[in-house]
Write a protein that binds this ligand. Structure first.
Ligand code: COA
Length: 148
């Protein structure tokens, strides 16, 4: 694997992001959702690029002094190489520069890779949202990370 660059998502990335969505999620976001997210001044989207290819992306919304992570996805052939960790570190850095006091997210209770990923970067589980997800129906684990 060549050098991985973490940078802000651009509109020309959206077609590759849609491919990642279709591969990674049972209910991928629409192209229009990403177009709108790039216009939303409260939204922060970062991509991981390797040799001109988008390998992964991550998004979050800044809501007053909290950040809500919307999504993180890595193409299967790029997994277990620390790329999601690089994206989370970038988001943490953005939060620290924006006086954000906490970060939160929801994750499927069965999604062990993602739950382990978030725990590794200091998130802890605080509760569940019953039947939060569809396709298949599943509870969400609610996780938070405090930023000192
Ligand atoms: C979850 C996901 C983003 C992890 O991406 P990744 O780039 O492979 O993760 P990293 O290589 O940065 O791994 C960081 C940590 O995550 C955890 N982790 C990653 N893959 C794992 C797996 N298959 N099983 C268990 N833990 C795993 C580990 O704690 C790992 O740390 P370690 O390498 O020191 O053990 C990726 O598997 C993915 O895109 N999954 C599909 C989409 C998804 O479920 N997104 C989350 C929605 S909430």
């Amino acid at each position: 694997m060549g050098e991985v660059i973490i940078r802000g998502m651009l509109s020309q990335d959206i077609d590759q992001i849609m491919n990642i969505e279709r591969i990674c999620f049972s209910l991928p976001w629409s192209k229009a959702s990403f177009v709108n997210e790039l216009k939303n001044e409260l939204a922060y989207y970062q991509v991981a690029e390797e040799s001109g290819k988008i390998a992964a992306y991550m998004g979050m919304w800044k809501i007053i002094d909290e950040c809500h992570i919307t999504n993180v996805a890595v193409l299967p052939e790029y997994r277990n190489k620390g790329i999601a960790g690089m994206l989370i570190n970038k988001m943490i850095e953005i939060c620290r520069c924006s006086e954000i006091s906490a970060m939160t997210l929801e994750v499927r209770v069965s999604n062990e890779p993602a739950i382990n990923l978030y725990k590794k970067y200091g998130f802890f589980a605080v509760g569940k949202r019953p039947k939060y997800y569809v396709k298949p129906v599943e509870d969400a684990l609610i996780m938070w990370k405090k930023l000192p």
